[in-house]
Structures are given as structure tokens and as C-alpha cells.
Design a protein around this ligand. Structure first.
Ligand SMILES: NC(=O)c1ccc[n+]([C@@H]2O[C@H](COP(=O)([O-])OP(=O)(O)OC[C@H]3O[C@@H](n4cnc5c(N)ncnc54)[C@H](OP(=O)(O)O)[C@@H]3O)[C@@H](O)[C@H]2O)c1
Length: 329
């Protein structure tokens, strides 16, 4: 659970690397990660600095996950016969383009808001499209109305660096299997076909429920979606398993302040966890004991998943909070 893979390219911290001694092959890391495979061959942007000359290739029509720029800098010397050395500069610049499925929903809108605040390009897809409430972040998201079962994926996924799915919900057994399971399976396969390097799924905690309850359409659908993510994205797929998510849920122009219940409950459960821990082995005990998580924490954990290539696998409630904390810091 919550595996952290080997560091592939120092995605979060080392965005720019200067190599003054050994010239590296051009874009050596492109074939190393799925992220890079998505853009391989398209990004031979060259940058040449002479003493007073700088040349860039023209801007690309859409942004890519990460691109490398190798610069050969010829040292300017006054003497004509100088042994002018060269300095190789390899810059690894990250630019994210994230597709949020269900970006107009309760959790999805928090993810969109957090992502635009981090400078990430965001496209939301949902049947209702753009939400009706105002907000400066709302204007920064590209809202695409569409149903994942009938979507023209090439209008959405080309150039995407990650897909985040918040699609899920309740209803009849059949509806729950379809919305929690099939809808996400369709999305995972579309993302894989289009070479999107990362898929992040908002799933759910199992509440320590006995297996006969976990066989409901809701949980069966969720687990089916999880398996699809983990099998198609074994080294970059992310499954977040929150329990009750609190925050301000907007419904038909009204705001339901779920945080009035969730926030104090989270504090009480944290304060009493030493006493309640022995109860956690009892079936279904987590219906009472699983700590709620704020919608902001879920959104920040998603940001962490988008920006950190070492973050993949299944993440529990506590691990979601830890991941959120890293981004908040
Ligand atoms: N809220 C919680 O306490 C909680 C706890 C644990 C896990 N989760 C999980 O977290 C996820 C998000 O929950 P939420 O509370 O944010 O739900 P939500 O507000 O109902 O959001 C779901 C989003 O999915 C979109 N959607 C549904 N079917 C779609 C389709 N066929 N094509 C395109 N978009 C579709 C909906 O928009 P349209 O209807 O406009 O299409 C909506 O934007 C769900 O998977 C849920 O199971 C939630």
C-alpha cells in the first residue's frame, strides 16, 4: 500500500540539472518513464546560446508533461585561439495538463481549484459541464460537457499528463456497478490508449465491512475500477481510499456545510484513537472509527500524486492526509 517507487527523475525538486563535466545523451530520460514516453520524439526543442545568440524552436501547440532542454553554452573569450570549453545544461521543466473526470462535483471541484492554484492546466469533463457558481478558479478551468461512456476522447486526452477520476455514486445495484466500475474502466482504458502516463482514482475505504456487504454494487464497482488502474498503470497508478469526505458541498445553489460534522469528528477520533484502536479489528467498526478527511486534503493528495512520480499504489485515509501535508508544506 502506498508504495513509493524508485526515484526516476526527481520530479518534485530537481527541475533543473546542470552537468558541466560529462555531456549526457540528448534526453536520456525520455524512454525511462511512462511520463516521458508520452512526449517522446516530439520535444526536441533546442536551445543554443552563442555569445549573443539564443534560438528556441517555436512554441508547441499544447503543453507537455515534461521536457528537457539541452543547451551548449560556448564560453565567450576575448582571445581568438581560446580553448573554449562547453558547458552542458540539461533542464527538466515540468508542465502538467490534467484531465479531471467529474471536475464539477464535490471532490472534483476541490481538485480543480487546488490544481489551478498550483499552475496546473486543468480540463474537467462531466455531463453537466461548467458549474453555475462563480469563482476566479472556475474561469481557469476548461469545462467540457460529456459522458465518459460517449466521449470523443481525442478531444480530451491528447497531451494530457494525468487523468484524475472522481466518477462514482449511489443508486440501484446496476447503476452503482456502472458508475463506480464500468465508467472508470472505460476511462482507464482510454487514458492508456492515448498514452497518458498517470491515472489517479478516487475510490473508497472498505470500512472493515464483512465481505457480504462489500459485495454490493458500490464496493464491487470501486474494486473493479481499482484493479483496472493498478493493472494498466502498475508503476504510476494511484488509488486513494478516503472514508467520509467533509467540506462545503454545493447542491442546487445551496451549500451544505459537511465540515460542521466532519471537522469535530475528525478531531475527536484522533484524540481517542489510542482507546479505540483495539476495536478496529471488529467487523464494520470503521463505520464509526474511520476518521473523516477534508475535501481539501483529498485534493492536495491528488496534487501530490500528479507532481510526484514516486507516489503510486493504494493510499489509506492516513496516507492521504500525509500526502496532503507534504504539498501543504
Ligand atoms: N463524498 C464522500 O464522502 C466520498 C467518500 C469516499 C469516496 N468518495 C468517492 O469520491 C468520488 C467523488 O465523490 P463526490 O462526493 O465528489 O461525488 P459527486 O459530487 O457526485 O461527483 C461525481 C462527479 O462525477 C460526474 N459524473 C458522474 N457520472 C459521469 C459520467 N458518466 N460521465 C462524466 N461525468 C460523470 C458528475 O457530474 P455529472 O453528474 O454532471 O456528470 C460529478 O461531477 C466518488 O467516486 C465517490 O464514490 C466520496
Amino acid at each position: 500500500m502506498g508504495r513509493r517507487g524508485p526515484s526516476l527523475c526527481g520530479a518534485r525538486s530537481a527541475m533543473c540539472e546542470i552537468n558541466q563535466t560529462e555531456p549526457a545523451p540528448i534526453f536520456p530520460s525520455f524512454s525511462a518513464t511512462p511520463h516521458h514516453q508520452a512526449v517522446r520524439g516530439l520535444l526536441l526543442q533546442s536551445c543554443e546560446f552563442g555569445s549573443k545568440c539564443c534560438r528556441f524552436s517555436p512554441p508547441l501547440p499544447f503543453s507537455f508533461g515534461r521536457f528537457g532542454v539541452r543547451c551548449n553554452y560556448a564560453e565567450t573569450r576575448l582571445e581568438e585561439d581560446s580553448n573554449s570549453g562547453t558547458i552542458d545544461v540539461v533542464a527538466d521543466v515540468k508542465s502538467e495538463r490534467v484531465v479531471v473526470l467529474g471536475g464539477s462535483g464535490f471532490v472534483g471541484s476541490s481538485i480543480c481549484k487546488a490544481a489551478v492554484s498550483k499552475g496546473i492546466e486543468v480540463i474537467s469533463v462531466s455531463r453537466s459541464g461548467r458549474p453555475s457558481y462563480p469563482g476566479s478558479w472556475v474561469d481557469q478551468v476548461t469545462w467540457m460537457p460529456g459522458d465518459v461512456f460517449y466521449l470523443n476522447w481525442d478531444e480530451v486526452l491528447v497531451g494530457a499528463t494525468a487523468v484524475v477520476s472522481t466518477i462514482g455514486g449511489f443508486g440501484s445495484e446496476e447503476q452503482m456497478l456502472r458508475v463506480n466500475g464500468e465508467a472508470n474502466v472505460v476511462a482507464v482504458n482510454a487514458a492508456k490508449d492515448f498514452g497518458v502516463p498517470k491515472f489517479i482514482l478516487i475510490s473508497v475505504h472498505d470500512y472493515n465491512l464483512p465481505s457480504f456487504l462489500l459485495s454490493s454494487g458500490y464496493f464491487t464497482g470501486k474494486r473493479k475500477a481499482e484493479s483496472e488502474v493498478l493493472s494498466k498503470y502498475p508503476n504510476s497508478g494511484v488509488v486513494l481510499r478516503p472514508g467520509f469526505i467533509y467540506g462545503k458541498r454545493k447542491v442546487d445553489g445551496f451549500e451544505i456545510p459537511l465540515d460542521l460534522i466532519g471537522q469535530p469528528l475528525e478531531r475527536i477520533l484522533r484524540a481517542t484513537e489510542n482507546f479505540t484502536k483495539p476495536l478496529s479489528s471488529l467487523p464494520a467498526s470503521d463505520l464509526l472509527l474511520a476518521p473523516p478527511v477534508s475535501v481539501d486534503d483529498v485534493a492536495l493528495a491528488v496534487i501530490n500524486a500528479i507532481t510526484d512520480d514516486d507516489f503510486f499504489g493504494i493510499f489509506t485515509i492516513e496516507q492521504i492526509k500525509e500526502a496532503a501535508e507534504k504539498v501543504r508544506v
